[in-house]
Design a protein around this ligand. Structure first.
Ligand code: GLU
Length: 504
């Protein structure tokens, strides 16, 4: 029986999660669900100097909001825990020991100053097979001296010993077989005695193996690390259970040149983070998709298309549909250009497919903040009338405020164009006509009003626009009689009189 895939999303809590990281997590999730496997959240927090408080909660909150639950995580636990690298120190030490014992790693005492001196002396200095025998390490000093230095509490690092003359093969589901010659790699540091912690590379590989990860799906920026990871797998004797790699294409700036950065977001006015983030040190606030009015479904659909396409014309995909359709064969190798207009387009579509009552619930929170008390049923009908005109829920107030407050001012250009000498008298006539209606439905109003206009030979455009101006305060909004039907007879008539009084 073939093993069910196990994948992981492994962010480092060094700040807010970038939207590209959310895309990585999404692809992991889609693949795991499609294959009936497991999707794991592992927090890679071994670099204590870059730790940022609140970042881990932010990651969890992001996936709660998006509705992408993990199967195992620091919060949920699971059979392969703990899921935070800072809680796995002993495990890494054990594996460092194993590498030292089998001779695939060694201890190095070179101080930062000594290394710096080498770099100044030789421009392309690299700590590797060609230079290591001239450095201060266990290979040159011998066992006794090494033990003595360690006992004397000399700080050291452990380096992986890369042997030259080998082809290292990274089998990538998106890029095919990537072959790298071992002599281009350096003897990377995998452990530091100073904080008794492994570096990213070792912790990452050890955990992927122990957590039985079958597929490593991550951003392209990690592709250069992959050969070293393959080497580490081999050095630890795990070559047989090496995971499959899939390095996802970079997210590019909207203009298409270079990696998408936070600065692009600031420059062009769009969020590059899923949720709003306040930096705990500087207090600086960065906008998020959630706070900017995006629906989770829209963000998911939009991100799914940044690096993958279904090969058909279909663009709107529910999460279930994405799970079915996703494949690595249809992931692109080249960078995916970030297209904000497309994100807005997706949001508009998801607004249209969101039930009116759900949008009304979102909108009512805003109304409550404005101390407007309106019944849910009324708000739902208001939302239904305007949802075609909005891309974000925060546009609702601007589109509908006149449903909750009578106009206090009247758009000047419409007044100039439509409010004629005869208009006040016509509006009063209109008010009496509407008052006499038993049936105040949009159709009934429309029939009577049109007949009245025609009978008197009035100018339809002027009358209807003046009517709109009186009720809405501006020349915008959906069908006039749908507005008045919702507002009701009393309110409509009162607004007509109010306009006659206010507009000189
Ligand atoms: N901790 C790395 C990151 O922050 C993980 C990279 C990987 O998935 O291997 O993205």
């Amino acid at each position: 029986m073939q093993q069910k895939p196990r994948v992981r999303f492994a962010p480092s809590p060094t700040g807010p999660l970038h939207i590209g990281g959310v895309r990585t997590a999404l692809y992991n999730y889609l693949f795991a669900r499609q294959q009936g496997g497991a999707c794991i959240l592992r927090i890679e927090d071994t670099d204590s100097t870059r730790f940022v408080p609140g970042a881990e909660d932010y990651i969890q909150e992001t996936f709660d909001w998006l509705g992408l639950p993990f199967d195992e995580s620091p919060r949920l636990g699971g059979p392969y825990g703990p899921y935070k690298q800072s809680q796995r120190k002993e495990i890494y030490k054990e594996h460092v020991h194993r590498l030292l014992e089998n001779g695939t790693a060694y201890i190095a005492f070179d101080t930062p100053e000594e290394l710096e001196a080498q770099r100044t002396e030789k421009t392309n200095f690299q700590y590797d097979a060609s230079t290591r025998m001239g450095m201060r390490n266990s290979l040159t000093l011998g066992r006794e001296e090494t033990d003595r230095l360690i006992q004397a509490k000399t700080q050291y690092v452990v380096r992986i010993k890369i042997e030259p003359g080998h082809d290292i093969i990274v089998d990538d589901l998106i890029r095919g077989k990537v072959v790298i010659h071992s002599s281009v790699l350096d003897d990377k540091v995998i452990y530091k005695s100073a904080d008794e912690l492994p570096t990213y590379h070792l912790a990452n590989v050890v955990d992927d193996h122990l957590m039985e990860i079958t597929h490593v799906i991550r951003g392209e920026e990690w592709l250069p690390s992959a050969p070293l990871h393959v080497w580490l797998y081999q050095s630890l004797g795990w070559a047989e259970s090496m995971p499959q790699f899939a390095h996802l294409p970079l997210l590019l700036k909207p203009e298409g040149n270079g990696k998408l950065s936070k600065r692009d977001g600031d420059r062009l006015g769009f969020p590059v983070f899923p949720l709003e983030w306040r930096d705990p040190l500087s207090g600086e606030c960065s906008s998020g998709y959630r706070e900017s009015g995006y629906l989770p479904e829209a963000v998911i659909n939009f991100l799914a298309f940044l690096g993958w396409n279904p090969g058909t014309e279909q663009e709107l995909f529910s999460l279930e549909e994405l799970i079915t359709a996703f494949s690595f064969e249809r992931c692109s190798k080249s960078g995916a250009r970030f297209d904000l207009e497309k994100a807005k387009w997706f949001n508009h579509h998801y607004i249209l497919s969101t039930p009116d009552s759900v949008l009304a619930d979102i909108f009512m929170e805003e109304l409550r903040r404005k101390e407007i008390d309106a019944p849910g049923e009324y708000v739902t009908r208001v939302v239904a009338l305007v949802k075609e005109r909005i891309r974000f829920t925060y546009e609702l107030w601007d589109q509908t405020s006149y449903f909750f407050e009578a106009p206090v001012s009247y758009e000047e250009k419409t007044v100039r164009k439509r409010w004629k000498e005869e208009t006040p008298a016509q509006m009063k006539e209109l008010a009496s006509l509407l008052d006499a209606l038993d049936d105040f439905s949009a159709t009934s109003q429309e029939q009577s009003v049109m007949a009245w206009i025609e009978h008197n030979g009035y100018h339809t455009g002027n009358v209807m626009n003046a009517f709109r101006l009186a009720v809405v305060g501006a020349g915008k909004g959906p069908h006039m009689f749908q507005i008045t039907e919702l507002l009701g007879k009393k309110e409509t008539i009162s607004r007509l009189y109010q306009a006659v009084e206010s507009i000189a």
